[in-house]
Write a protein that binds this ligand. Structure first.
Ligand code: GLN
Length: 199
């Protein structure tokens, strides 16, 4: 999906690999396991530092859990990257609906709603003043306690969705993210390589 959006995609598992990318996707999976692996590969602090320095990041599902400042229903030893001023509830849709799909209107995404796939997903319980809410679960009879819950956010260059945008073939969210990454990389590259003229 990233390559279709124009990026060169590569896996990041080590600090040296992290140093070499202009943007990072924290994918779905299991946030407690990912947290443990981030700690044992020595990536926690380098990653926190790069996020603080403005690295564009996209977190989906477990990635959103990791990026949050705080987690409800997490494991007590689970680490937070603190890249988003949000409190999330892990496995929030759990008891009612483990996994479900719905159409969402997403701020910043034109040309109609995005079909969103939720798999044991979190939701955002609280969002700080600097967090832009991009999408909420629509209010409907079957939404129950999920109605109006925040499921997509952005804070500066950090994006996160509770759902998995890579599962539907709809590349609009990836393109939005890759555009942010490449604009920033282009800005940085000009002075770094000493090429003075713009354009
Ligand atoms: N429930 C998982 C967690 O807490 C997230 C699931 C997912 O990424 N699809 O990390």
């Amino acid at each position: 999906m990233l390559e279709r959006a124009g990026a060169r995609a590569r896996p990041v598992r080590r600090v040296a690999e992290l140093a070499d990318v202009d943007g990072l996707v924290l994918p779905g999976g299991e946030s407690t396991t990912m947290s443990r692996l981030l700690a044992s590969f020595g990536l926690l602090d380098p990653l926190r530092e790069r996020i603080r320095d403005g690295l564009p990041v996209y977190g989906s599902c477990a990635g959103l859990v990791l990026l949050a400042r705080r987690v409800y229903d997490g494991r007590p030893d689970q680490h937070q990257l603190d890249g988003l001023d949000v409190v999330v509830r892990r496995n929030a849709f759990g008891r009612q609906v483990d996994s479900f799909e719905t159409d969402l209107d997403i701020r910043g995404i034109d040309d109609g709603p995005v079909h969103a796939v939720f798999i044991r997903a979190p939701w955002v319980e609280k969002a700080g003043a600097d967090v832009e809410v991009l999408a909420r679960i629509p209010d409907s009879a079957e939404a129950g306690a999920a109605a109006e819950r925040i499921v997509a956010v952005r804070q500066g260059r950090v994006f996160a969705t509770a759902f998995h945008p890579e599962l539907t073939g709809d590349g609009r969210l990836h393109r939005l993210f890759v555009r942010t990454v490449s604009e920033l990389a282009a800005d940085r590259e000009t002075p770094a390589v000493g090429e003075g003229t713009a354009g």
